[in-house]
Design a binder for this molecule. Structure first.
Ligand SMILES: Cc1ncc(C[n+]2csc(CCOP(=O)(O)OP(=O)(O)O)c2C)c(N)n1
Ligand SMILES: [Mg+2]
Length: 804
């Protein structure tokens, strides 16, 4: 039966918050119900994990968003709590009903909070469990970095808050970040663990909270355990209360969950069976109806607003804190506590009874103040005053001017990795804005990725000064390892996940702190795969950074298969939000790096440019795949045209003549072999062309976009690679070659229908010299010649030797 609400005139804040807590739970449940049972065309769409999983956070998020948080605070919301998040934003006027109605649908509110796809002020994209949690830690370090450099000091410090599912703590990346946070003197970070003792599949192990507590304390965190709500705390003070508490404290997680699901009568039976003959406690139990007993026994702290508000309100320091909040998965919903409830979905009949219990009239399900025992005007006044919503939250920062050319002295023989070190060394001498805003980071491979000279000039970052003892003791060393608040290099331990999450945090500084940084992270190319999901999430939330991965490929010959990357060029090709380059020469690298400094700062809505059909105005992050192989450099003038072609992805190093029979298209460190092969073929194949591919990724993206444009009617759309291939005769064969997976360049033949033989590395490498390995894997000059001979008719190529 629907009761009429009785509006009160002056309601105190706890009552207003309690009303909002109910409303948030309802709106989240209704959003999910709507997506599954009301919206059309949802056949087959099943809300996985949202209903029960979000309910356990309704109280905590009500406390945070409507009272505790300030605009400068940033929150990573547990992925499945997105319906609660969207409901709160709806009440704050920052989310539309249309988006809620389209939850999980096309252009609707997103299944998991998304910075880029949602419109209601998401701070961090979550979804891959564990990553959002660690992102708050690194965002706090970045906030400290920015302030230590004298920026953003006019605004209050924000707290970086993560709402953490307890099973998220199984993800190792969380512990990697904890260790790093400890090393870096982490502050202003709150992790609020939704300790519902359930994961996706089942109920979790006993006593995990003790391990968590010990772990967090070991890393210098305060730990606050919030177990009992105010009703339970009061009951413990009654006669027999201590006995009841003892029972709860020893109750296994599985049993507690089962009793929550079964309800009041089951609680009574079990409690009386276990402790009912013990006098006072029997009276404590008997004094309550079934409903009251169920309410008491499920009154865990995480569902008790006064307890949560008190705990959050008490924090008066900036040390990192972990709150372990006891909750019940699905609290307030019919499947609360059931171990299978993760994908549980309320039936229409169950939603109907919840609607009735919430005093909501049919047809008024979306009304913000429907069914609450508080006057709408009062709630509106309250919502208008919510501190979190009182200020601008998202910032931006002006673009920093980038010089068209970066100074560098190019040695006659030089590797791209050495070139990178030299470029940063030159940058380190400069006073300009770019040099000031560059911040480098590396997971214990600073020196071996050639960042040493830059670090010598700009120093390492730490909030407290720390001198290099070797220097003060006058022991000769190539590297100056001084830490200070003005340092510009963040040295990380060997955890690539941490590197990517830090890059993600640094790369969002313009939005979070209003201060732009130019982050450059270095690591060994094969270990991209170690942190790939974090890299993917960094790109997904549009963090902006430059990733320098070096060394790469089997060119790292004596290091063996364990350190040689094969698949990374394909990652560069396929990863959205990341423009991948693999230059062969240092002048190319200089052009690409200058482009990258600018590109990572762009965020305009961009139409694809007719020059290359890339959406360059929207910008993105950049990945440079570099090599340690010394390469004889070409002496040439860097014209504007060449610079542009390098950035667009390719240029003719040797244009194909009119009678061209073969084109060799190469990427990166195999350039000597490609050049040599062209020479070896010259007598037996006419007008051989040599195509230098600096970015298979950008070439491919431009080509795809131009085809799409033509299919949509823009008949003159031509991508960069189509223009380059325009004059290559159709009978010509193309041999592609790189130190990486051959599929990276194999598609070149499809551009204009040429036959292709794609050379590259498909199988794990091994130790050896470069010539040995290039021969073994078929990317040496002879293999290129053999491929050309097989591909193109004509007389035998006389310099071709039999393949091994
Ligand atoms: C990296 C990753 N692996 C697996 C999943 C699938 N998944 C989603 S939620 C979840 C477990 C949820 O448990 P918990 O974090 O305790 O949240 P609860 O549902 O209990 O609130 C899993 C395994 C995921 N989202 N991300
Ligand atoms: Mg859980």
């Amino acid at each position: 039966m629907t009761r009429k609400p009785t509006p009160t005139s002056t309601t105190d804040e706890p009552a207003l918050l309690a009303a909002l807590e109910r409303k948030v739970l309802w709106l989240a449940a209704w959003t999910i119900h709507h997506a599954n049972h009301v919206r059309e065309n949802t056949g087959g769409l099943k809300v996985g994990g949202h209903q029960a999983s979000s309910a356990s956070l309704a109280t905590i998020m009500t406390a945070l968003y409507f009272q505790v948080l300030r605009p400068q605070d940033r929150v990573a919301v547990k992925p499945h709590a997105s319906p609660i998040f969207h409901a709160i934003q709806y009440l704050l006027g920052r989310q539309t009903r249309e988006k809620l109605e389209a939850f999980r649908g096309y252009k609707g509110a997103q299944s998991y909070p998304s910075r880029t796809k949602d419109t209601d002020d998401v701070d961090f994209s979550t979804g891959s469990v564990g990553l959002g949690v660690a992102q708050t830690l690194f965002s706090s370090l970045v906030q400290d970095y920015v302030r230590a450099h004298g920026w953003a000091t006019g605004q209050p410090e924000g707290r970086m808050v993560a709402l953490v599912g307890d099973a998220e703590l199984d993800e190792g990346n969380i512990f990697e970040s904890l260790l790093e946070g400890w090393k870096q003197g982490l502050r202003n970070c709150w992790w609020i663990i939704d300790y519902n003792r359930q994961s996706l599949d089942a109920v979790v192990r006993e006593g995990l909270w003790e391990r968590y507590e010990a772990l967090f304390r070991a890393f210098g965190w305060d730990v606050v355990i919030l177990k009992y709500g105010s009703l339970l705390q009061a009951a413990f003070l009654e006669p027999g209360g201590a006995r009841l508490r003892g029972w709860i404290d020893t109750c296994p997680n599985q049993l507690y969950s089962a009793l929550v699901f079964q309800g009041g009568a089951a609680w009574r039976k079990r409690l009386l069976d276990d402790i009912g003959d013990q006098g006072a406690v029997t009276r404590l139990i008997e004094a309550r109806s079934d409903d009251e007993l169920a309410r008491l026994m499920t009154n865990l702290a995480g569902h008790d607003l006064p307890t949560q508000l008190d705990a959050f309100g008490k924090v008066d320091h900036d040390r990192p804190i972990c709150f372990i909040c006891y909750t019940i998965k699905g609290f307030g919903l019919p499947f609360a506590g059931h171990k299978d409830n993760h994908a549980g979905l309320m039936t229409p009949a169950q939603t109907e009874s919840l609607r009735a219990a919430m005093n909501i009239r049919p047809g008024h399900e979306w009304d913000k103040f429907e069914g609450l025992a508080v006057a709408p005007a009062e709630l509106e006044r309250f919502l208008d005053r919510v501190p979190f919503a009182a200020g601008a939250r998202q910032h931006d920062a002006a673009r920093i001017e980038v010089p068209a050319q970066l100074p560098v002295t190019i040695q006659p023989v030089m590797s791209t990795q050495a070139g990178f070190g030299a470029l940063l060394n030159e940058l380190g001498r400069e006073k300009g804005a770019i040099a000031e805003r560059v911040v480098t980071a590396s997971p214990d491979v600073t020196v071996s990725t050639n960042l040493g000279p830059w670090v010598n000039r700009r120093g390492l970052f730490a909030r407290e000064k720390m001198a290099d003892t070797f220097k003060s003791e006058r022991i000769p060393s190539t590297f100056n390892w001084d830490f200070s608040p003005k340092g510009q290099h963040i040295e990380l331990g060997i955890a690539e996940m941490n590197l990517f999450i830090l890059l993600s945090a640094l790369g969002l500084s313009h939005a979070i702190n209003g201060e732009r940084l130019i982050p450059i992270g270095t690591l060994y190319d094969p270990f991209i795969q170690r942190g790939l999901d974090a890299l993917n999430y960094a790109c997904y939330q549009e963090a902006r950074f430059i990733l320098v991965a070096t060394p790469s490929g089997i060119t790292l010959a004596p290091e063996g298969g364990a350190h040689q990357s094969i698949a990374t060029p394909l990652i560069g090709l396929a990863q959205d939000g990341l423009a991948a380059f693999e230059p062969a020469f240092v002048d190319e690298l200089a052009a690409i790096l200058a482009f990258a400094f600018d590109y990572i700062q762009r965020d305009a809505e961009g139409e694809a440019s007719e020059r290359n059909w890339l959406r360059d105005e929207t910008g993105g992050s950049v990945y440079l795949r570099l090599s340690t192989r010394p390469i004889e450099q070409i002496k040439r003038a860097m014209t504007g045209e060449l610079r542009q072609a390098i950035v667009d992805g390719a240029y003719w190093q040797r244009p194909p003549g009119p009678n061209c029979q073969v084109v060799v298209a190469y990427t990166g460190a195999v350039v000597p072999e490609a050049i040599q092969a062209v020479g070896l073929m010259a007598e037996d194949r006419r007008d051989v062309g040599l195509l230098a591919v600096t970015s298979a990724d950008r070439l491919n993206a431009g080509w795809t976009a131009a085809q799409r444009a033509r299919e949509r009617g823009l008949v003159h759309a031509r991508s960069h690679i189509e223009k380059l291939m325009a004059d290559v005769p159709s009978h010509c064969g193309i041999v592609t070659v790189l130190d990486g997976h051959p599929a990276t360049l194999a598609w070149l033949g499809a551009v204009r229908g040429h036959r292709v033989r794609a050379l590259g590395v498909e199988h794990f490498g091994q130790t050896g010299s470069i010539p040995e390995l290039y021969r073994h894997y078929g990317i040496d000059a002879n293999a290129i010649v053999a491929a050309a001979a097989a591909l193109t008719p004509g007389r035998p190529i006389r310099h071709l030797k039999a393949l091994p």
